[in-house]
Write a protein that binds this ligand. Structure first.
Ligand SMILES: *Cc1c(COP(=O)(O)O)cnc(C)c1O
Length: 370
């Protein structure tokens, strides 16, 4: 619903395409499953699909129903179900719609074998647990799975694992070692890298990479910014100033009075709160931009509003545009910086944008350029 309340999430599909191409340049030998789970990390599944439809080698998501919807919308590329099947119905749909299902445990393999038909080719991604200890077969459960798979005709298997610390100091080599041990002399296709591995570990890509967060223009790293990586911001959360308060030294702001003015100050009240998806834990000092100038939030974020410091932006007043994060007319504030200030990651900020926030999709200009 378009509302007159000024908050908007602005989406730039051209930036998704730019970021996908950047992933492919980092992994030139690999195909890529564009990860569009969680409603494309809050950007809108169909917006991401439309942006990448002619270019992505495949798409990765969670729900079988969504995978089928992509097929019904004419998507012909491989579609990977990252958590595999959940029901007998999913098992049948995987075969009927030529979906690629992860199989991560013996029970799931059993569910597929009992309910699937195997007279047409089927693609599976067998997930190996190499140290993340979330999903995947281990040295104990893998041999029996191999046995079962060998009895199925026309099954294409890709071996896959997921990295727990590709963005951190420990890196991926320890998991690659575990992968080699489990995979033995496997010569078939493998799928390894997430965004962090794509950008930082060229030895950990495999035949298929799985870029997620980088498509949406945020950095998977705490120590390297999206701009430094060449990524373009996709989502801009923008709003406007709807109230102004003049404070004297000693005045406090917001619930709990967690911020006290130490001098005369001018405060802007922004139409954006935690019910819009802005993190309530963002403390005083979280970056925000007003009329092209960077400033800081002050006091506690409330449900529908937050406050920012306008003392050094005298030209700002009611109606002035605000960028909460992203790259907007009111300025640029990397989502990663807001996330860091709030003790979280941009993934969570994007996914948390509330349904009440109207979305505006940037259109390419008349010449078709982004
Ligand atoms: C979400 C997910 C990805 C994408 O991770 P990013 O860090 O967003 O690039 C890749 N692989 C699997 C299995 C995932 O669940």
């Amino acid at each position: 619903m378009k509302t007159s309340r000024p908050i908007r999430a602005r989406i730039a599909p051209a930036a998704i395409l730019h970021n996908y191409r950047l992933a492919k340049r980092h992994a030139p030998q690999s195909k890529a499953w564009a990860v569009i789970k969680a409603n494309a990390y809050g950007h809108g599944q169909w917006r991401a699909v439309d942006a990448l439809r002619n270019e992505a080698d495949g798409f990765a998501l969670l729900e079988c129903e969504n995978a089928v919807a992509l097929r019904e919308a004419g998507v012909t590329q491989p579609i990977l179900m990252l958590e595999g099947i959940f029901s007998a119905r999913d098992a049948r749909a995987v075969i009927e719609h030529r979906l690629t299902s992860v199989i991560h445990c013996p029970e799931q393999l059993e569910l597929l074998v009992r309910n699937g038909r195997f007279d047409t080719p089927i693609s599976l991604c067998l997930k190996l647990n190499t140290g993340m200890n979330r999903l995947g077969f281990t040295a104990t459960t893998l041999p029996k799975a191999w046995e079962t798979l060998q009895q199925l005709p026309q099954v294409d298997v890709t071996l896959m694992t997921h990295f727990a610390e590709a963005d951190g100091e420990r890196g991926v080599s320890w998991q690659l070692e575990g992968f080699r041990k489990l995979a033995g002399d496997w010569a078939g296709p493998v799928s390894l890298g997430n965004s962090a591995a794509i950008l930082r570990h060229p030895d950990a890509h495999g035949d298929w990479v799985r870029p997620g967060i980088m498509l949406y223009g945020a950095s998977p790293f705490a120590d390297q910014s999206a701009v430094e990586l060449g990524l373009q911001s996709v989502m801009t959360l923008e709003s406007a100033i709807i109230g102004v308060q003049e404070l004297a030294a000693g005045d406090r702001v917001g619930y709990g009075g967690t911020f006290t003015a130490d001098r005369a100050m001018r405060i802007g009240v922004v139409a954006c709160g935690y019910a819009d998806g802005y993190p309530r834990h963002a403390p005083t000092g979280t970056p925000i931009a007003v009329m092209g100038r960077r400033t800081r939030t002050v006091g506690r974020v409330s449900m529908d509003m937050l406050a920012c410091d306008l003392t050094d932006i005298p030209e700002a007043g009611i109606g002035s545009p605000v960028t909460l994060w992203g790259q907007g007319i009111a300025g640029t504030v990397p989502a990663d910086e807001v996330a860091t200030a709030a003790g979280t990651i941009a993934y969570e900020l994007f996914c948390a944008v509330a349904p009440r926030v109207p979305v505006v999709v940037d259109q390419p200009d008349v010449a078709g350029r982004p």
